[in-house]
Every structure is written in C-alpha cells, then in structure tokens.
Design a protein around this ligand. Structure first.
Ligand code: CP
Length: 315
C-alpha cells in the first residue's frame, strides 16, 4: 500500500481486517516504524483520529509530529499558477515538499466546504498533497471519505457478528448542523465489499451520491429498514442532491430504544462525536446495544494495520 487516501487503496479488505485484529490481540508488536516520523496536519477538529493515529504510530515505533494546520500554519494556496497577492502565504508545492523532508508519512484531515460539490469531489487538498509530496499520504477524513473510520467499522462488525450474513443498516439521523457525507460514503463503500445484507435508510432528499449507493437498497421508511437488523450504524449527513443543505424532515429520525424493537437486538454504532438525544437517545447509548466505545477503540488497530502496510511497502 503506497498511500491510504481511499478504500480502493486496500486490495483485500478481509486480509487487512485480520491483520488489524491480530495487532489488537498482541500486546507487544514489532516496531517497523523505528526511526520513521509521521506528520499529521489537521485543518479541522478531532479527538479520536488525532489520538488513535498518534497511538497507532507509536505502537509501531514511529515518532509523531502534529500540527493544527488551520490555526498554526501559513494559509495554503492550492491553485496552480495563482498570483499570491491575497491572504494565502504559502503554496502547497513548497509546503508538501518541505514536509516530505521532515516526515516519512504525511496524514491530513481536510473537511469539505459543502458549498461547491465539484470542488469537494475533486479532493483538492488530499490530491494536492499526493501530487507534491514525495512520501505516502494518509487520509484522516477528507471532503468525501473517512477510510480509516470505515476500516474500523468493518473490524467492529466482524468482532460482534453472530449471524452468517448479518443485516447492516446505515441510518440517517438528525443534527442541527450541515455535516459532510464522508463517514456514510466510506461506510457504504466498505459494506459493499463485505458479505453482509446492507440497507441504507434516510429521508427523501438525503440519498447519498449515486456512485456511492451503487445499487444498494435505499429504504425511506426507517422502521421498515430496521426490521431484523443485526447492526444499526447511525450518522447524520447533509443533503447531496441539495448539496450541503439541512432539509426539513417531518418524522423523528432520532434512534431510540423504541426504534430498535423490531431489530434483532441490534448493536448500535456511531463514529462519534455523537449529540445525545438528537442523533441517538440516552436509552440506547447507555444500553448494551451500544458498541460505540468499543468501536472508537478499534480506530487504533485499523490505523496500525494501515501504517504498518505503508511502512512495509516503502522499505
Ligand atoms: N470519528 C472521528 O473521526 O472522530 P474525531 O472527529 O474526533 O477524530
């Protein structure tokens, strides 16, 4: 694996899940990262990604440098040929080249603006780092995807699964702010690569991009979708059709215990952070149905497996 920018950088999902689970089961791991440095750049806030990635890198023996690029760095220009006479002080060409001398892997978090669909879908921040850096790039959540989270989610489902072919439902839930489609996009993509009965449920107007749904059943009735579900993955996202907008929804889509009644005592997942009693109710988050804390723990081992592969590939 040269980079981890999208899920297509993983050739066999099952193999990397096995590797992550094996790393989790071993307390003392080998140190293929000894003498190497991971540089992490955050253009947006984070708790789990920042700390689990640092932990994963250190478990592999790496040194870690972290920068809040939005607050502490120079404002970056990403346009080729730009006349930089405004607020942007440094071009990505120099920034990526310089960072490549300090770091052996560069990891970047850069959310979408949710105003210009074409610009967001071009993944200009991640792709500019890929273009101008001479070291591997890891996606810590970008405009359209969160592949480290998706790998974590797949590991977690495997750990808790008891069914031969589990029913997994990705459910939209309300949120006061316009959120990216990155997490549901990557979750939908990875579920299509596993042997699961995968259903997406969301209100009209919130269908994910056609190339993400890719023929997956979308059920606009949440109760129908939840019937016999083994796993319910809850997440808000803003509209793709009415790009980046929060639409009016008449029905209550908050996931509570009453909604879980028709499931197969479903395990409930969320990438976190979660707004209690808006996205998921207390009676679910505080119950045995919730596996969100276990899920967050798996971020470390998913990232460890990814970084290990990149280190092995760049030897
Ligand atoms: N799930 C996730 O990426 O969490 P953070 O935004 O806190 O990193």
């Amino acid at each position: 694996m040269k980079n981890y920018i999208t899920l297509s950088d993983i050739d066999h999902v099952e193999t990397i899940i096995r590797e992550a689970r094996s790393l989790k089961s071993k307390n003392a791991s080998s140190k293929p990262g000894k003498g190497k440095t991971l540089g992490m750049l955050f253009f947006n806030n984070s708790l789990r990604t920042r700390l689990s990635t640092e932990k994963a890198a250190k478990l592999l023996g790496m040194e870690v440098m972290v920068m809040n690029a939005d607050k502490d760095g120079w404002a970056l220009e990403f346009e080729d040929g730009a006349v930089m006479n405004s607020d942007k002080a440094e071009h990505i060409k120099e920034a990526a080249a310089v960072l490549s001398q300090y770091c052996d892997i560069i990891a970047v978090r850069a959310f979408p603006g949710l105003k210009d669909k074409e610009k967001d879908e071009s993944e200009h921040v991640l792709n500019s780092f890929k273009k101008y850096a001479s070291v591997p790039i890891v996606n810590l959540e970008s405009a359209t995807g969160h592949p480290l989270q998706a790998l974590t989610d797949a590991i977690t489902i495997q750990e808790f699964n008891k069914a031969e072919r589990p029913k997994v439902v990705l459910s939209w839930a309300p949120h006061p702010k316009a959120l990216p489609q990155s997490v549901p996009n990557s979750f939908a993509e990875i579920m299509q690569r596993l042997d699961v009965d995968f259903v997406i449920t969301n209100p009209e107007g919130y269908d994910l991009a056609p190339h993400i749904r890719n023929g997956v059943k979308v059920e606009h009735d949440q109760d129908k979708a939840f019937k016999d579900a083994d796993f319910v993955y809850v997440k808000n996202w803003s509209s793709y059709e009415d790009y980046g907008q929060v639409l009016n929804v008449e029905k209550n889509w908050t996931v509570d215990q009453a909604k879980l009644k028709n499931t197969n005592n479903a395990k409930v997942m969320h990438c976190l952070p979660v707004r209690r009693n808006v996205v998921i109710s207390d009676d679910v988050l505080d119950s045995e149905n919730s596996i969100v804390i276990h899920q967050a723990n798996n971020r470390t081992f998913a990232t460890q497996a990814v970084l290990k592969r990149i280190l092995e590939c760049s030897k």
